[in-house]
Design a protein around this ligand. Structure first.
Ligand code: ADP
Ligand code: F6P
Length: 319
């Protein structure tokens, strides 16, 4: 393969830039030419494609967001959209493509691979909700941002002896909620994977209250939602003044942590090695302490087991 493309797709995640940098620099080291595609699959359809060189990725390893921009592109879900994208790849001589994004983006990569453009997926999403990989780029940074924000909320909750109910991101997944919940010592954690009743949460808060606890943090995954209502229910049942906060997009920004820069560089490097070996229709993933790779279709079938023990640890250490 002489010319490859790179794009970022779906929700942005801190560390995507480090992955783009690794892809570009690895490809150049192997003597390849690299084309950057702006705004994910939308740029591929709209022909927003440009030449990249080693200097195009200067000073981005430390930056959040994605210099390639990102988008959600409904048209790419249609045969017509995929065919236009394939045509544009041909026009630019793109023989292989690195797609940095979540599992929606990998489904797009599967379509492109089937239409003759070999793709390698690199997992990038703060949610860490991709079945085939223990780690997705952006997860660590998002959680570090979340705990910094929650520590601040804790100061005011402690001063006013309140209960703070805080929503963290995670569209369908509670991974951010559980790990963040452990790190901030949350009294209760609500995740979509393990339903829990309001009665049991209120019971726990009341028991802790009887033991002298005066301020509380309840972490709610976005996939559960309803923080305003949860705060009202806690207030009504316990008389503890309660407030709701949605952390929102603050969790998606900021400079990537060491872990995200490292994983992004390792996985971006591996993606280009695969293309250089003539391999396509693969996803790179992080398992154990290694970067591995899977067929995209197999990867999309893989399910991640929610670690209920982590939830147990969180709840038993916050009483
Ligand atoms: P993520 O990659 O973070 O999971 P999305 O689910 O929004 O984010 O997917 C990103 C983009 O990938 C979509 O906007 C669409 O262009 C493409 N995509 C998602 N699902 C499919 C699909 N089944 N077929 C083709 N393209 C898809
Ligand atoms: O998938 C990452 C994520 O941040 C989810 O946690 C969240 O539900 C979603 O993206 C929000 O996406 P946006 O606001 O960009 O549409």
């Amino acid at each position: 393969m002489k010319t490859i493309g790179v794009l970022t797709s779906g929700g942005d995640a801190p560390g995507m830039n480090a992955a783009v940098r690794a892809v570009v620099r690895t490809a150049i080291s192997l003597g390849m030419t690299v084309k950057g595609i702006r705004r994910g699959y939308a740029g591929l359809i709209e022909n927003d494609i440009f030449d990249m060189d080693s200097r195009s990725v200067c000073d981005i390893i430390n930056r959040g967001g994605t210099v390639l921009y990102t988008a959600r592109c409904p048209k790419f879900r249609t045969e017509e959209g995929v065919l236009e994208a394939v045509e544009n790849c041909k026009k630019h001589g793109i023989e292989g493509l690195v797609v940095i994004g979540g599992d929606g983006s990998f489904k797009g990569a599967l379509q492109l691979s089937r239409h003759g453009v070999p793709c390698i997926g690199v997992p990038g999403t703060i949610d860490n909700d991709i079945g085939c990989t223990e780690y997705t780029i952006g997860f660590d940074t998002a959680m570090n941002t979340a705990i910094e924000m929650i520590d601040r909320i804790r100061d005011t909750a402690q001063s006013h002896e309140r209960c703070s109910v805080i929503e963290v991101m995670g569209r369908h997944a509670g991974y951010i909620a559980v790990q963040t919940g452990i790190a901030v010592g949350a009294t209760a954690i609500m995740v979509p994977e393990v339903p829990v009743s309001m009665e049991s949460i209120i019971r726990k808060i009341k028991t802790a209250q009887r033991n002298g606890k005066k301020h509380f943090i309840v972490i709610v995954a976005e996939g559960v939602g309803g923080v305003e209502d949860i705060a009202k229910q806690i207030m009504a049942a316990t008389d503890i003044d309660s407030r709701a906060t949605v952390l929102g997009h603050v969790q998606r920004g900021g400079n990537p942590t060491l872990r995200d820069r490292l994983r992004a560089t390792q996985m971006g490097y591996e993606a280009v090695q695969l293309l250089n070996q003539g391999k396509g229709n693969r996803v790179v993933a992080y398992q154990g302490s290694s970067v591995v790779n899977y067929d995209i279709e197999d990867a999309l079938q893989m399910k991640k087991c929610f670690d209920e023990r982590m939830l147990k640890i969180a709840l038993e250490t916050a009483i």
